[in-house]
Design a protein. Structure first.
Length: 365
C-alpha cells in the first residue's frame, strides 16, 4: 500500500524579487522612483521599500501600478505571490538541510521498499517523504507528537531516539491502514461478547476478513503491519480518532503467538485505560501486562481444562494434543505453544502443529 502522492514541486535556486522587475519597468518607461511615487500616489519610501524587497506589493498597489505602467494588476500580484512562495521554499530547503541528521533514526530504505514512503536518492526528498508519511510540517512537530507519545516507554533505553523513530514509523503505518477501515461506535460489551466467536477462528485457515469484520462491528480496527528490522514488537493497542486500533506484526509468525497477542491486546481494550498506548515487546512486564497475559491464556485455554488434560496424560503425544485441541475447539498449535511456555514440553517439540504465517503471502486487507 502506497501512502505517498507524487507532487510536481519546484524549488528555485535563486530569487527574483518583484522590486527587480519593477525597476526594469521603470527603466523602460524612463521613470524614476520619485516620479512613479507621484503618478501612483504612493510615498517615495513605499516605492523604495518595494524595490529593495522590504515591502510587499499589495492588491491596492498592484492596481495603481496597472494604471501607471500598463501591466495588469494580476501581473504584479502574481509576481509578489511567486516571490513569497519561492522565498518560503528556499527557507524550507535550508531548514531541511539542517535537519538531515534526523533521517538517521528511521529505517528509510526499508520503509521505501515496503511502499510506505516514496523512494528517492536525494536526502532532502527523503526527509520530505518522512514528514509526509507522518503528516507533520516539520521535525519539531514530529518530536512534539511522537517523543511525547513514546517517551514514557523508551525513556530508560540506551538508544531511545532510535527506538522512538522505528516504533513511531511502525505505529504510524498502522494508523494509515486503520484510516481505511470503517468501524462502528466502540462497544466494550459487544467486543467482550465477540471473543468466543473470535476464538473459534483459531481453527480456520482463512480467518483474517472474519476477524477484521467482527472487530470493526465492535469499534476495533485490527490491522496487520509487518515488523521493521530490529523491532521486536508483537502488537500494540491505542485509542485514536474514536476507535481502538489493534496493530499486529506477526512477529515470530506462528499461530500460537498471533492469537496470544490478539487476546492480550483484547484485555487492554476491555480492562485498561484508553488513554494509554500499549506496546508488546521483549521487555520486563509490569502488572498490567501480566494481567493481559493471564487473560489471554485463560481465554485460549482455561486453566481448569488444561489441568484436567495434563492429569490424564503422562507425557502428551501429538495425537493427544490434537484430540484435546479439538475437544476445546482451538488450534493444536496453540496448545503446543502453551505447553512449551509452561515448560511441559521442550521448545523444540511439537512445532509441526503450529501454523506459520507470512504477511506478504496472506491477504490482510
Amino acid at each position: 500500500m502506497n501512502n505517498f502522492q507524487t507532487a510536481n514541486e519546484y524549488t528555485p535556486d535563486y530569487l527574483v524579487t518583484p522590486g527587480e522587475v519593477l525597476e526594469d519597468y521603470l527603466e523602460q518607461a524612463g521613470l524614476t522612483q520619485a516620479s512613479l511615487a507621484e503618478r501612483t500616489g504612493l510615498s517615495k519610501k513605499t516605492i523604495n521599500e518595494i524595490i529593495k524587497a522590504k515591502s510587499a506589493i499589495t492588491a491596492e498597489t498592484a492596481l495603481r501600478l496597472e494604471r501607471t505602467l500598463n501591466r495588469p494588476a494580476h501581473f504584479w500580484s502574481n509576481l509578489e505571490r511567486q516571490y513569497q512562495e519561492d522565498k518560503t521554499r528556499l527557507d524550507d530547503k535550508k531548514r531541511l538541510e539542517e535537519d538531515l541528521h534526523w533521517l538517521d533514526i528511521f529505517p528509510v530504505n526499508e520503509m521505501a521498499k515496503r511502499g510506505w514512503i516514496e523512494k528517492s536518492n536525494v536526502k532532502t526528498q527523503k526527509l520530505k517523504a518522512i514528514l509526509h508519511f507522518f503528516a507533520v510540517a516539520s521535525v519539531a512537530q514530529w518530536e512534539k507528537i511522537w517523543i511525547r507519545e513514546l517517551q514514557v516507554i523508551y525513556r530508560k533505553t540506551e538508544n531511545s531516539k532510535k527506538d522512538v523513530g522505528i516504533i513511531s514509523a511502525w505505529l504510524r503505518q498502522g494508523e494509515i491502514v486503520a484510516q481505511s477501515q470503517s468501524c462502528s461506535r466502540f462497544d466494550k460489551q459487544k467486543f467482550r461478547n465477540s471473543l468466543a466467536e473470535i476464538r473459534s477462528l483459531t481453527t480456520e485457515k482463512d480467518f483474517t476478513q472474519k476477524l477484521i469484520s467482527i472487530c470493526a462491528a465492535c469499534g476495533v480496527a485490527v490491522v496487520f503491519v509487518p515488523k521493521l528490522s530490529n523491532l521486536r514488537i508483537y502488537g500494540a493497542t491505542r485509542w485514536l480518532n474514536n476507535k481502538y486500533i489493534m496493530q499486529l506484526s506477526l512477529y515470530l509468525k506462528s499461530n500460537d503467538q498471533l492469537w496470544f497477542t490478539f487476546f492480550h491486546e483484547a484485555c487492554h481494550i476491555i480492562k485498561h485505560s484508553r488513554r494509554e498506548l500499549f506496546i508488546e515487546e521483549n521487555i520486563p512486564k509490569n502488572e498490567i501486562e501480566k494481567e493481559a497475559d493471564d487473560f489471554a491464556q485463560d481465554v485460549l485455554i482455561p486453566q481448569e481444562q488444561l489441568g484436567h488434560f495434563l492429569e490424564s496424560v503422562n507425557k502428551p503425544t501429538i495425537p493427544q494434543i490434537e484430540q484435546f485441541a479439538k475437544n476445546i475447539g482451538i488450534a493444536p498449535g496453540i496448545v503446543v505453544g502453551r505447553l512449551q511456555h509452561d515448560k511441559k514440553l521442550p521448545m523444540s517439540w511439537g512445532n509441526e502443529l503450529k501454523v506459520r504465517y507470512e504477511l506478504d503471502n496472506v491477504d490482510f486487507t
